[in-house]
Design a binder for this molecule. Structure first.
Ligand SMILES: Nc1ncnc2c1ncn2[C@@H]1O[C@H](COP(=O)(O)OP(=O)(O)OP(=O)(O)O)[C@@H](O)[C@H]1O
Ligand SMILES: O=C(O)c1ccc[n+]([C@@H]2O[C@H](COP(=O)([O-])O)[C@@H](O)[C@H]2O)c1
Length: 200
């Protein structure tokens, strides 16, 4: 594998957890652990984004966010990466296309919090994403209803796996998605920034 890219063997189940991580916090660590366990993943890779294409304000510098993420998540099966900056992608559809070509045979799952499912239909090529990668959604405080009633949840309702079948998600052919009702942590990057504990 190219330098700066994590290793994965064909057949491995890898959760891709994209985010601004501006800053990373305990909620990110918590849902990563839950996803590893409940979706029976071998790895979770944090894809620290060069910048969310839907957020008007740019995040803190990538190297700062990478360093903070690495300092926070010390878990043998969670890896922090700047793959999107290396690939020159920031739209998830484009990132996934490149990842499928770079890692043939790896079983990827796209991971996100419930707030992102609620607005998923505004992402570029969101239906393509749903049709090409299994999606694992983790509950987030205040977002369960908006996620369940979201356009993406409605359009793909027939492809939803019950939570009891979460362990099958990575081996399921897309479209397939699963909503995990994990215990929730009420933490967010915006709240940490509002407190002045992380200055961009
Ligand atoms: N407390 C949490 N519970 C569940 N999912 C979360 C939580 N915090 C973040 N996530 C998910 O982690 C991913 C990355 O989120 P992000 O880095 O934007 O953090 P954030 O706290 O949502 O930031 P902001 O408050 O600036 O929007 C997203 O899929 C988001 O839904
Ligand atoms: O591809 C898109 O159109 C798109 C729109 C919004 C967000 N995303 C991705 O969603 C992930 C979560 O973003 P964020 O800022 O909520 O942490 C991150 O990987 C973004 O690149 C992707």
């Amino acid at each position: 594998m190219r330098s700066g890219f994590p290793n994965a063997r064909p057949g491995m189940r890898v959760g891709l957890f994209g985010g601004s991580f501006d800053p990373p916090h305990a909620g990110h660590v918590h849902v990563s652990r839950e996803a590893l366990k409940r979706f029976e993943l071998d790895r979770v890779w944090w894809l620290v984004s060069p910048g969310n294409p839907l957020k008007a304000e740019g995040p803190a510098r990538l190297d700062r966010r990478m360093a903070a993420a690495r300092a926070l998540v010390r878990h043998p099966r969670v890896e922090v990466t700047d793959i999107e900056a290396r690939l020159g992608t920031r739209y998830t559809g484009a990132t996934l296309e490149r990842m499928f070509a770079l890692y043939p045979g790896v079983r990827f799952v796209w991971l996100m919090g419930a707030d992102n499912l609620a607005s998923f239909h505004r992402w570029q090529r969101w239906e393509w994403i749903m049709r090409n990668v299994p999606v694992g959604v983790m509950a987030r405080p205040g977002q369960r209803i908006s996620a369940r009633t979201s356009k993406a949840a409605q359009v793909f309702r027939r492809h939803k796996l019950p939570a009891a079948a979460a362990s099958r998600l990575a081996m399921s052919d897309p479209p397939a998605w699963c909503f995990l009702n994990v215990p929730m942590l009420d933490v967010s990057s915006s709240e940490i920034r509002a407190r002045g504990d992380w200055v961009r």
